[in-house]
Design a protein around this ligand. Structure first.
Ligand code: FAD
Length: 429
C-alpha cells in the first residue's frame, strides 16, 4: 500500500498540515502535483509569471524531496484522468491533500472523492490555507458574517482559544524512489520561462513592524509582497499569523481580510458572476471600450491611475492604495462594469486570488458586502495629495510625456454622472 500527498495551493514542505498528517499515517507517502489542463489551457499568455512561479516552487520541493530519497511526481492533464491512471498503477490506501475553497476546486474535489471511493481509496482533506475555515467563524445564529469588523473581532477572540500548530514533517516516511525524476518542464506543459527569479518568501520585520505607519504610501513600497506566496502556499499562513500577532496588529488585520473574503466566496458563490447586493445589477454601466482600453494601458490622463496601471502591466503588482484608486476610477468615473476590471486584474496580478480580487472589486464598486457606500467616490487628485504628495510614485511609473495626456473625463462631471447613474439603478424595483 502507498499513500499519496497531492500538492495544490500549499507548495512547501515546511509546516504543511496535510503533508504532516500523511507522513504520520504509517503508510509511505509519494508526493504528486498535477498541472491541471483545465486551468492552464485557459491562460492565453504562455509566459505567465504565475505558472513560472509555481514551476520554480515545485522544482525546489523536488530538490528537497530528493534529500529524503523520494521525488515529486508531476502530471499534466485533467485531475480526474490522472487519478484514474494512478489508481491502476498503485495500490493506494489514502490520498491526502489540503482544502481548497474556491467553487471550481470544491467541484473538482467532490468528483475525485467520489471516484476514489469507488476504488476504495480514502480521500483525506486538511485545513492548511487558512486559520479559520468558512464555518469556524459564524454569528451566534450560525449564519456567516458579512461585515468585516464583527468578523475580525470574533476571529481574534477565537484565535486566543487555540494553539497555532507548526506541522513539521517526518522525512523518513516518504515512499522511496530509486531514479529521481525531474519534474515536467514548462515547455512540456506548453509554457515558457519568464525572466523572473522568485526569491523564497520571508517575513521581514523591517516592513511588518512599521506596516501600520507606512503601508498607505505607494512610493515607500512598504508592504510585504507576500500575496503570491500566500496564494500558492509557499509560505505558511500560520507562520504569518504568529508573526503578525507579535509584530503588528494592522498587518494581522490584512490576513483576516483575506480569510473574510474567502468565507464570503464560500457562503455566497453567486459573487463570482454577480453583485453581492443583487439590486446593484440594475446599474446601467456605460462600458465604453475605448475608455476601458485607455484605463488598461494607463492612458486616462489621471497620473495616479495611469502610474498604477503601468506598474501592474510591467510588474504584475500594484500597491493596495493605488488598486483602490484605479478600481474606483473605472467603476465610478468611467462607469465600467466592475467585472471588466476584475477580469483584467485576474489576468495581470501575480497575487491574483479569486476571493480577494472579487471581494475588493465589489467593495470598490459599492456592490459588495461591507462595501464603501457608493456615494463615496475617490478623488484621484486628493488621493495623490494625501499619499503621493511629492509625486514620487507617479514619476517612477509614468514617463514625462504621459503627464501630457488630457484627462479622459472631468472629475466633477464624472462624479455627478456616477452618483446619478447609481441612484437611478438602485431606485429600480
Ligand atoms: P500586504 O499589505 O503585506 O498584506 C499581507 C497579505 O494580506 C496580502 O498578501 C494578502 O494576502 C492579504 N491582504 C491584504 N489586503 C487584503 C485585502 N484588502 N483583501 C484580502 N486580502 C488582503 N489581494 C490578493 O491577494 N489578491 C488579489 O487578487 C487582490 N485583488 C485586489 C483588487 C483590488 C481592486 C483591490 C483594491 C485589492 C486587491 N487585493 C488583492 C488586496 C490587496 O491590495 C493585496 O492583497 C495587497 O496589495 C498585496 O500586497 P502585499 O502582498 O504586499 O500585501
Amino acid at each position: 500500500k502507498i499513500n499519496l500527498f497531492w500538492f495544490r495551493r500549499d507548495l512547501r514542505l515546511e509546516d504543511n498540515c496535510g503533508l504532516h498528517k500523511a507522513l504520520q499515517s504509517g503508510v509511505k507517502v509519494l508526493p504528486i502535483f498535477i498541472f491541471d489542463r483545465e486551468i492552464l489551457d485557459q491562460l492565453s499568455d504562455k509566459k505567465d509569471k504565475r505558472v513560472d512561479y509555481i514551476h520554480q516552487a515545485l522544482e525546489e520541493i523536488n530538490q528537497e524531496l530528493n534529500k529524503y530519497g523520494t521525488c515529486l511526481k508531476t502530471f499534466y492533464g485533467k485531475p480526474f484522468e490522472v487519478f484514474e491512471k494512478l489508481t491502476e498503477e498503485y495500490d493506494i490506501d489514502t490520498v491526502f491533500c489540503n482544502n481548497d475553497y474556491e467553487p471550481q476546486a470544491i467541484k473538482r474535489d467532490q468528483k475525485i472523492a467520489e471516484f476514489l471511493a469507488t476504488k476504495e481509496v480514502k480521500f483525506s482533506v486538511h485545513k492548511d490555507q487558512v486559520i479559520f475555515e468558512e464555518n469556524d467563524i459564524l454569528k451566534s445564529d450560525r449564519t456567516p458574517y458579512t461585515v468585516f469588523t464583527p468578523y475580525s473581532k470574533k476571529w481574534k477572540e477565537n484565535i486566543n482559544k487555540i494553539e497555532i500548530e507548526n506541522f513539521q514533517i517526518n522525512g523518513n516516511n516518504f515512499f522511496p524512489v530509486k531514479d529521481y525524476k525531474e519534474i515536467l518542464s514548462l515547455k512540456e506543459i506548453g509554457f515558457e520561462k519568464t525572466e523572473i527569479e522568485f526569491s523564497k518568501p520571508s517575513l521581514d520585520s523591517k516592513i511588518i513592524d512599521t506596516y501600520d505607519q507606512n503601508r498607505d504610501f505607494p512610493a515607500m513600497d512598504h508592504t510585504t509582497h507576500l500575496g503570491i506566496a500566500l496564494r500558492f502556499g509557499t509560505i505558511s499562513v500560520r507562520k504569518c499569523v504568529k508573526f503578525a500577532q507579535k509584530h503588528n496588529e494592522t498587518w494581522l488585520n490584512e490576513l483576516i481580510w483575506r480569510e473574510f473574503f474567502m468565507q464570503i466566496l464560500f457562503h455566497f458563490p453567486h459573487v463570482v458572476t454577480q453583485c453581492f447586493k443583487k439590486k446593484y445589477e440594475n446599474i446601467q454601466w456605460r462600458n465604453n471600450e475605448d475608455e476601458f482600453k485607455a484605463w488598461c494601458e494607463g492612458n486616462t490622463g489621471y497620473p495616479i491611475v495611469d502610474a498604477g496601471m503601468r506598474q501592474l502591466n510591467e510588474t504584475g503588482f500594484m500597491h493596495n492604495r493605488v488598486r483602490m484608486v484605479v478600481a474606483s476610477f473605472l467603476t465610478k468615473h468611467l462607469l465600467i462594469d466592475w467585472r471588466w476590471g476584475e477580469a483584467y486584474f485576474a489576468e495581470k496580478l501575480l497575487d491574483y486570488d479569486l476571493s480577494a480580487n472579487n471581494g475588493n472589486w465589489q467593495w470598490a464598486a459599492g456592490c459588495g458586502c461591507d462595501a464603501a457606500p457608493y456615494f463615496r467616490i475617490f478623488n484621484p487628485e486628493e488621493q495623490t495629495k494625501k499619499f503621493d504628495k511629492n509625486l514620487q510614485y507617479i514619476k517612477k511609473w509614468l514617463p514625462q510625456d504621459a503627464l501630457l495626456i488630457r484627462p479622459i473625463v472631468d472629475h466633477k462631471q464624472a462624479r455627478e454622472r456616477a452618483l446619478k447613474t447609481y441612484k437611478e439603478g438602485l431606485a429600480v424595483e
